[in-house]
Design a protein around this ligand. Structure first.
Ligand SMILES: Cc1cc2nc3c(=O)[nH]c(=O)nc-3n(C[C@H](O)[C@H](O)[C@H](O)COP(=O)(O)OP(=O)(O)OC[C@H]3O[C@@H](n4cnc5c(N)ncnc54)[C@H](O)[C@@H]3O)c2cc1C
Length: 387
């Protein structure tokens, strides 16, 4: 799948090259072991920070990499997807959803300590929106933060939180006005994950094994009021804005994993022989690969168009939000199609642990559900398009 050169600079490709080397040297030799162990070493955050992977899109005063854009997200997602480990990517980059509200709304003093540590890979950041009573209907969230002098007292539960056990900082959606209904009365708070009153438990999953996913319980947790991110009771807007880049990232990763499946299947089809000829010499198998390539080509074109629009202030707005929703659905369907086709092409080997396609097949559904399920994407797109 060829990138459209009109969108890229030499700096984009140089960045992709350094991520490729990082993946080859630091990740590929260990990834199967980490997946089986359901974790990876914490030092990896610092190594990722050293090549600029954690700084994409963040303020350079706190360790962000200047002039990075959605194309950096796209290219690095493709390189990271070569590991075939969605769990590793999700946890290693959990700050990409947890830290933007800190970048945009925290005081300079907080940014100097908290954001600098996160972008240096010294501390881990997680985003906590979803609650046990439901993740799709964000406006119905129940976790309360009641003002008490210079603090908020936070009580409630969050679930399915990526990096939930290991995080040092949670960016948490709370209800600061308990009488307000729906999206009104919601705020975002930065919470020190080591605060008194927080308990955490690990969740076991179908896929994303290398990722730490947790259930969090907040029992009367005292949080300084100046940890409010954005205006009080206006947090719903912060959450919705944050979702746009999360969904773009999920779409870019989904494309990367689909491409990894395609490459594994193509290589297998070139080597494997049945009925006296290579799999690739059977027309049905060739068609399957072309079907994968077709979906990959169209998904990449939509990803590049969306990345371009994300970088243009005059193109922001409802239509772009709708496009991101559609992109997430297109990209995750491409991942689902390619994972299925790759496992089928690999035959019994595709069912064996250790092939990338097997792992990616198990990871498909989290991309289709996480960050907004397919149905929610369609609903949001329809509203943005004024239906
Ligand atoms: C591995 C993993 C990691 C995650 N990481 C995080 C994280 O770091 N932070 C975080 O906050 N959340 C995280 N999530 C949560 C994720 O964003 C939610 O699972 C997702 O938003 C769906 O919410 P839910 O699971 O509560 O499903 P529900 O809201 O209960 O919905 C269940 C299903 O019902 C359907 N549905 C729901 N509403 C509608 C509707 N209006 N119309 C039609 N169909 C509908 C959809 O098919 C949906 O999948 C993670 C989830 C997983 C699985």
């Amino acid at each position: 799948m060829k990138h459209n050169p009109i969108y890229y600079t030499d700096q984009h490709f140089a960045f992709a090259d350094s991520v490729r080397k990082f993946v080859q040297k630091e990740l590929m030799p260990h990834i199967n072991e980490w997946e089986e162990a359901e974790t990876f070493p914490k030092e990896l955050y610092q190594k990722a920070a050293e090549i600029g992977l954690l700084g994409i899109g963040f303020d350079e005063r706190y360790g962000g990499i200047p002039e990075t854009d959605a194309f950096h997200v796209l290219l690095s997602s493709i390189e990271l997807a070569k590991t075939g480990s969605g769990g590793l990517c999700a946890s290693l980059l959990s700050h990409s959803i947890g830290a933007p509200p800190i970048n945009h709304f925290a005081s300079d003093e907080i940014k100097e300590t908290v954001l600098t540590q996160i972008l240096a890979g010294e501390k881990i950041s997680a985003l906590a929106i979803t609650e046990p009573s439901g993740g799709s209907d964000v406006a119905a969230l129940k976790t309360k933060a009641l003002r008490d002098g210079d603090d908020y007292i936070v009580s409630g539960e969050k679930t399915f939180i990526t990096s939930g056990i290991r995080a040092d900082y949670y960016t948490v959606a709370v209800r600061t006005d308990v009488d307000a209904k729906g999206p009104n009365g919601i705020s975002m708070l930065l919470i020190d994950a080591h605060s008194k009153g927080i308990s955490k438990s690990k969740l076991d999953k179908m896929g994303w094994w290398a990722s730490d996913t947790a259930h969090l319980h907040f029992d009367q947790v005292r949080v300084p009021a100046h940890h409010l991110l954005g205006a009080e009771n206006m947090g719903f807007l912060v959450i919705m804005n944050n979702f746009n880049m999360e969904r773009f990232f999920l779409a870019a990763s989904s494309f990367g994993f689909a491409l990894t499946c395609y490459e594994e299947a193509l290589e297998w089809a070139r080597e494997r022989k049945t009925f006296g000829k290579r799999l690739l010499d059977h027309q049905v198998v060739r068609h399957k690969l072309v079907d994968m390539a077709t979906r990959l080509t169209t998904t990449l074109a939509l990803l590049e168009d969306t990345a371009y629009r994300l970088g243009k202030p005059e193109m922001q707005g409802n239509e772009l939000i709708a496009q991101i929703c559609m992109l997430k659905n297109v990209a995750t369907q491409t991942m689902q199609f390619c994972a299925d086709a790759a496992v089928q092409t690999l035959g019994g080997m595709g069912f064996m642990r250790g092939t990338k396609s097997e792992r990616i097949y198990r990871d498909v559904k989290v991309n289709m559900i996480g960050g907004g399920a397919e149905e929610i994407m369609k609903d949001l797109a329809s509203r943005q398009l004024g239906y």
